[in-house]
Write a protein that binds this ligand. Structure first.
Ligand code: G6P
Ligand code: ZN
Length: 544
């Protein structure tokens, strides 16, 4: 095998964001752009001689081409064994599963998650470490630093490999194994959940299901697990064929983008459970018949009920949520007498807590939930969790959630996103809020008295690392809260997110319209942040 060392020059913009390096395809296809980043990862990792790496992606445009390049670079950089998902495909949680199961050194996941795909849309690449989770900031910062100084990269002069046929190819030094992307992951799910109970509920018609794969990676996984293995009616999986441009859609499971599912679930004869996942299969949206479960409620309900499912029957060690996620799960943890950690946005922050066995379950408002079974959030896992739960409790999704509220109170919750905002305006809003922080505590705004106001800083309890400026939190003495932060996953301009929550203990008030119930808080957020005024935008672009 001939290895070439090619000269290159740095790109200045290869700093990974919340979840890897995400850019427009046109940026990624610039000369040596991908190669520079991949070599920067190899240079940062150091000696990978003889190690195993995992490789796969969500099937978006440029996935195949990028996979071929990475295979050749892995060969040139001394990797011993590469496990590649058939067709270059792997969902993010399945990649995490493979890294852990086969004790790989890490892996490359090719995805821009929920961002649209296609020649004019987004591509992304992230590196996951030995625990199967997203690389910590120490590594991504080092990769970025390396990318600023890179002068050459290594690549093997070999032809493209056949990624569609299962099996191993031994090249000199490296073995490339094209593996079934679904098998190992499905086996793990079977170990965690009561498949025979779910199967009997689905085949007897006690439970019906619609899963919207949004033309993204979960299609093949959902068909194999939900339809073939668990007996859901054929057709229960919709939009199940992965497409390079996701059928022109936005593969983000929320009520706006998963509109086909939402319409079905609010229509006549809606199935018992409706669910959707995102581009790379790590997000989830859960719905019941005419009922939407907020992700913040979902993780709280999961925490309260986990002991009913086989994989979690011995109870939870602790739980965690990202800072902007509602405080619903905190109440469950307090009642159960277990720890609840508040981390910055980004799944990577859960990694240390999971590895140190401080938590079993964690979740984010951004439609992510997961557990210690892998080191990524996991869309299909969440669907199977809810399926199992509905089958065990023999109640509707809505009844399960309403009963939960009765016991713990309800955290009304909504996120208002302002996408495509001018970057300077977005940063201006944050600076304006930051400037007010010292004066806010103790001040009253109508019924709302500020209990605390800060720019969230997190000290990792395991390694002591500190992450500053993770979002502005303003909490009130009645338990309500608002959070402002700039998204770390966008590729154009700024996306400003306002997260609003209000706690209500009284069950008589648990069936209000969320936006109406939060109206005072929404107005107060505008008064404090001046988002509309400063950006010139008249309304949020997405409300979840
Ligand atoms: C990705 C990460 C999540 C994060 C989400 C939202 O999906 O994996 O952990 O919550 O992005 O990030 P953003 O910065 O756009 O709010
Ligand atoms: Zn994703």
């Amino acid at each position: 095998m001939q290895i070439e060392t090619r000269k290159t020059t740095p790109y200045s913009d290869q700093k990974p964001g919340t979840s890897g390096l995400r850019k427009k395809v046109k940026v990624f296809t610039q000369e040596n752009y991908l190669e520079n980043f991949v070599q920067s990862v190899f240079d940062t990792l150091g000696d990978v001689a003889g190690q195993t790496l995992v490789l796969g992606g969500d099937g978006r445009y440029f996935n195949r081409q990028a996979a071929q390049t990475i295979i050749k670079m892995a060969a040139a950089n001394g990797v011993g064994r590469l496990l590649v998902g058939q067709g270059g495909l792997l969902s993010t949680p399945a990649a995490s599963c493979l890294i852990r199961k086969y004790k790989a050194h890490g892996g490359f996941v090719l995805s821009a998650s929920h961002n649209p795909g296609g020649p004019d849309e987004d591509f992304g690449i992230k590196y996951n470490g030995i625990n199967g989770g997203p690389a910590p900031e120490s590594l991504t910062n080092a990769v970025y630093a390396r990318s600023q100084a890179i002068t050459e990269y290594k690549i093997a002069a070999i032809p493209d490999l056949d990624l569609d046929t299962l099996g191993e190819t031994a090249l000199d030094g490296i073995t490339v194994a094209v593996v079934d992307p679904v098998g190992d992951y499905a086996q793990l799910m079977e170990h965690l959940f009561d498949f025979s109970l779910i199967k009997s509920a689905l085949t007897t018609g006690a439970i019906s299901l619609c899963f919207d794969a949004m033309h993204a990676i979960t299609g093949p996984y959902a068909k194999r697990i939900l339809e073939d293995r668990l007996g859901a009616m054929p057709g229960s999986v919709i939009n199940g064929v992965p497409l390079e441009d996701f059928g022109g859609g936005h593969p983000d499971p929320n009520l706006v983008y998963a509109h086909e599912l939402a319409a079905l679930m609010y229509g006549p004869g809606a199935p018992t459970l409706g669910a959707a996942s995102d581009g790379d299969g790590d997000r989830n949206m859960i719905m019941g018949s005419k009922f939407f479960v907020t992700p913040s409620d979902s993780v709280a309900v999961m925490a309260a009920n986990a002991h009913l499912l086989p994989g979690y029957k011995s109870g939870l060690r602790g739980v965690a949520r990202s800072m902007p996620t509602s405080q619903a799960v905190d109440r469950v943890a307090a009642a159960m007498g277990i720890d609840c950690y508040e981390t910055p946005t980004g799944w990577k922050f859960f990694g240390n807590l999971l590895d140190a066995r401080k938590i079993t379950l964690c979740g984010e408002e951004s439609f992510g939930t997961g557990s210690d079974h892998v080191r990524e959030k996991d869309g299909l896992w969440a669907v199977l969790f809810w399926l199992n739960l509905v089958a065990v409790r023999k109640q509707s999704v809505a009844d399960i959630v309403k009963e939960h509220w009765k016991k713990f109170g309800r955290d009304y919750y909504s996120r208002h996103d302002y996408e495509g905002m001018d970057l300077a305006a977005g940063e201006g809003v944050m600076a304006h809020l930051r400037g007010q922080l010292p004066d806010l505590p103790g001040r009253s705004f109508g019924a709302y008295k500020v209990a605390f106001a800060d720019d969230f800083s997190y000290t990792d309890p395991v390694d002591g690392s500190v992450s500053d400026k993770q979002g502005i939190r303003i909490g009130f003495d009645n338990g309500s809260r608002m959070v402002f932060r700039l998204s770390g996953t966008g590729t154009e301009g700024a996306t400003l997110r306002i997260y609003l929550e209000r706690y209500e203990r009284d069950p008589a008030l648990h069936n209000q319209d969320t936006q109406v119930f939060l109206a005072d808080l929404i107005a107060l957020a505008e008064q404090l942040g001046g988002v509309k005024q400063r950006s010139g935008m008249v309304a949020p672009t997405v409300i979840t």
